[in-house]
Design a binder for this molecule. Structure first.
Ligand code: FMN
Length: 329
């Protein structure tokens, strides 16, 4: 399949693996890229430019296909060494950066001069338009369904994607709630040029996380995520568990008075324990509603091959059959 996204990034299939904290290591990024998609290493998980350089080198040892690096710009005082990470990305010859969070404008000139393509993750059409204005090459439009941070507008992809298609000139991928060929074909119908998946790639053989995490996703239904930190305007969709219940109880009790310190026990520094030690009930961790559509743990190659094969059938048989009036109904 050829779309503006496959052409922009030089990939075979219009499928991207979004950056995921303590998940997006070289093993997963390389597996996705080797399967014809675009794998993404999560920059902040590495913590320093030196470690990011090592991780990029490891990924290059595992694939000769294009892969990217996610840079999530956090609104915090003690910011990580973003300029150093940008330098490492450029020096190592990585050609795609997925930006997320705060406006990445100050890093764009250097990245663009080095020929790096930038795809910015947005949860609102106005943010995607801003990304287009500042010179991003593409957008990843992340609906309310998504695992992680859906923003504060709560617009699901059935509305958000066609709205983005109406407004944007740069190509965009659909993100949030994407799992299979149905997701891909529907996204293409709504004007996207491909899709970005997080939670689905978390439940793959190569995702370098504890099996408890994968089993928790398999067991979860679409009813099992919760939105936390809304009172702090830092809303995150996470898998429900006892720690999340405690956190939500505090949010109800403290109301507008709540501060980050009140919920730090449930959210701060939890990812290593969850992802590496499998302590899935120890705190809040991102997970999308799409968990309800995830019932197996395939390899990335199996997953992407299945999506592309089924998409072909869906378009050529079901949709074409319906159009021509030859489909069995
Ligand atoms: C465990 C987990 C960690 C994530 N960490 C990040 C991150 O560090 N930076 C980022 O931009 N997005 C992060 N995301 C969001 C994903 O990149 C992607 O946009 C999102 O998962 C899409 O929704 P889906 O889970 O329904 O596929 C994370 C998602 C998950 C599930």
């Amino acid at each position: 399949m050829k779309t503006r996204i496959t052409e922009l990034f030089g990939i075979q299939h219009p499928i991207i693996q979004g950056g995921m904290h303590y998940v997006g290591y070289a093993e997963l990024a390389a597996a996705v890229s080797n399967a014809g998609g675009l794998g993404i290493i999560t920059g902040l998980t590495q913590g320093t430019p030196e470690k990011l350089a090592d991780e990029i080198a490891r990924c290059k040892d595992m694939t000769d296909k294009p892969f990217g690096v996610n840079l999530t710009f956090l609104p915090i005082l003690n910011a990580p060494d973003y300029p150093g990470m940008v330098r490492v990305i450029i020096e190592s010859g990585v050609k795609v950066v997925e930006t997320a969070g705060n406006n990445p404008v100050e890093y764009l000139p250097a990245l663009k001069e080095a020929g790096v393509k930038i795809i910015h993750k947005c949860t609102a059409v106005r943010h995607a338009l801003k990304a287009q204005t500042i010179g991003c090459d593409a957008a990843s439009v992340d609906g309310f369904e998504c695992g992680g941070h859906p923003g504060e507008d709560d617009i699901p992809n059935m509305i958000l994607l066609p709205r983005a298609a109406d407004e944007l000139e740069i190509p965009f991928v659909a993100s949030g709630g994407m799992a299979d060929a149905r997701s891909l074909v529907a996204s293409l119908a709504m004007g996207a040029e491909g899709m970005n998946m997080g939670t689905r790639f978390l439940a793959t053989k190569e995702a370098p996380v504890h099996d408890n995490v994968k089993q928790a996703i398999l067991q979860a239904t679409e009813l099992d995520t919760r939105l936390v930190m809304r009172p702090l305007r830092n809303t995150e969709r996470v898998l429900n568990n006892p720690a999340v219940e405690r956190l939500l109880q505090k949010e109800r009790e403290l109301g507008a008075e709540i501060g980050f310190a009140d919920i730090a026990d449930e959210v701060a520094g939890k990812y290593p324990g969850v992802m590496q030690q499998g302590e899935v009930d120890s705190g809040a961790w991102s997970c999308g509603m799409v968990a309800g559509l995830i019932n197996d743990i395939p390899s990335c190659q199996e997953l992407i091959d299945r999506i592309m094969r089924d998409a072909d059938q869906l378009i050529a048989q079901r949709l074409e059959g319906l159009r021509a009036g030859t489909a069995a109904i």
